[in-house]
Design a protein around this ligand. Sequence first.
Ligand SMILES: [Zn+2]
Length: 289
Amino acid sequence: MNSIVGRLAIYAVFFLVPVLGKPVEKSEWIELSYPFNNETIYWPTAVSFKHTLVFENYTSGGFYYASYDISASEHGGTHIDAPRHFAAGKWTADQIPLHHLIGPAIKIDLSSKADQNADYEMTPSDLQEWEKKHGKIPDNVILLAFFGWGKHWPNKTMYLGTDLKNTSLLHFPGIHPNASSWLVKNRKVKMVGIDTPSIDFGQSKMFKTHQILYAENIPGLENVAHMDKLPTKGFTVYAAPMFISGGSGGPCRIFARLEDRATSADVRFQVEVEVLAIMICLLFGFLSL
Ligand SMILES: [Zn+2]
């Protein structure tokens, strides 16, 4: 009897070792876009998203068929600003090179400052503070400014500061032109992103950050969603904008992949599981003698 129990235990352990000891797959995909629907927030003066039914039913031929027409402004919901939006002669949506739309990214967390002040603008010292904690902003990185503004989506009054068409009533955080100039002069970011409707704050009249960054062919991602799920660094951003010939921007699917983080703790756990399994195996083997 003992011998049978022992052998069963040995088989069980040998079966469990590869299962329990297998390294855990740590990569994770994060959605960074809002869906397009009748709640999608657009600039107060822009045309909103329309999704108009053409047909949705079984046809006379007996097969199912669905089709809709779509229309909207280029600039609304989760979208890209091509540099051409504010800089003559710079890239249109279709001219942005693919390698410019994908790459390692960092997140600058200014959510506590935005909580205190809806008109907060990221400053050069915010960037320098980040560098003190996390190291120099790497070359060719995608820089995401996080203000925690996604918590207001899709409430227009909270997200834009107003649900009226009067743009002087807009209140939301953005990137101060001084921070944009500092980045252009001192660092080499390839794209910026923000979790508010615009890279310039709501009260901007001259859209200087748009002018400064787009003049350097640095595109902007606006209304980026779910940035709260991202770490400070260690992730890759993928932005796939609509391929509009001559477009000043367009709807954009944005997502991120977190780096595989097989930490030393994971490796230690794996070794511990295997040692434990061998010990159980030996113990039952011994008892079964
Ligand atoms: Zn835009």
